[in-house]
Design a protein around this ligand. Structure first.
Ligand SMILES: Nc1ncnc2c1ncn2[C@@H]1O[C@H](COP(=O)(O)OP(=O)(O)OP(=O)(O)O)[C@@H](O)[C@H]1O
Length: 253
């Protein structure tokens, strides 16, 4: 299990994974014979156009969906060997961050961040406070989501995902709803998360800039097929540049 087998070299392994939907007359192949590994402590990008299979891939890492063929290992454990109870426990060690933030509107920042602990009947006010401070929102702890900017909402979502000390953080288009400057700040925060806590991060995105800014490797998918895995050699300092610098870089000045 992810929490017990902390020595596995790879946080995630896909072995010849195929996922088909539909019936035999109208099959839809979301993933076709996909194999790859994500080293522990790395930031791994998943790139692909709409329908490439990215969401299906994330759902499998989270144990919410299962291969039609092949095996998915998380923290060295084949998810197919787990009982539902074990799977639920493992999922507590996987954080998820979404494009739409998915905060609870009538809860404060502190209450939102404490939610995953509450769902496990746990309490750890110090950890909640630490995570809120880590994402730079100590001054907003009593605010409600409607009082926050998009970037601040995503910071809350990241603090909430980190409060259970996940070994794996799955980020599904986490910056797609944000402007360029705020995107840079959120990517910096994700990189700090990896550096500070050693969290393995999977970043699903269609934004090449985001992959270039923080990923060690990126897998490129096309209609369910893994086309390539590239090592990202970008200078990771680039994401810390100012908005103006970024505009100049992109516009080629
Ligand atoms: N529950 C399902 N039932 C039937 N087909 C599905 C189901 N889930 C996904 N698919 C199909 O599998 C393929 C991959 O879908 P998936 O959502 O994983 O792609 P994606 O890369 O995440 O796309 P997007 O960027 O639009 O979210 C698509 O053709 C999709 O229609």
């Amino acid at each position: 299990m992810l929490s017990s087998n902390t020595t596995a070299a790879n946080a995630v392994e896909f072995h010849s994974v195929t996922r088909q939907f539909g019936d035999s007359t109208h099959p839809v192949t979301a993933l076709a014979d996909v194999s790859f590994a994500i080293p522990r402590g790395s930031v791994f990008g998943v790139l692909g156009e709409s329908g490439a299979g990215k969401s299906t891939l994330l759902r499998m890492m989270n144990g919410l969906d299962h291969p039609t063929e092949g095996r998915v290992l998380v923290g060295g454990t084949d998810l197919a060997t787990l009982t539902q109870k074990q799977l639920n426990r493992m999922r507590h060690k996987i954080g998820v961050v979404f494009q739409a933030f998915n905060l609870v509107g009538n809860l404060t920042v502190t209450q939102n961040v404490a939610l995953p602990l509450k769902l496990q009947k746990l309490k750890d006010p110090q950890k909640v406070e630490d995570m809120i401070n880590f994402v730079g929102l100590g001054h907003r702890a009593g605010h409600y989501p409607a009082q926050l900017s998009g970037g601040e909402k995503q910071r809350v979502a990241i603090a909430r995902a980190l409060v259970t000390s996940p070994l794996l953080l799955l980020c599904d288009e986490p910056t797609s709803a944000l402007d360029t400057h705020t995107t840079g700040e959120i990517l910096d925060l994700l990189r700090s998360t990896r550096d500070r806590f050693g969290t393995t991060i999977v970043l699903v995105t269609h934004e090449l800039d985001a992959v270039k800014a923080i990923c060690d490797q990126a897998a490129i998918f096309e209609t369910g097929h893994l086309k390539d895995i590239v090592s990202v050699n970008a200078s990771h300092a680039e994401s810390s540049q100012t908005y103006l610098d970024h505009v100049r870089t992109v516009l080629g000045e």
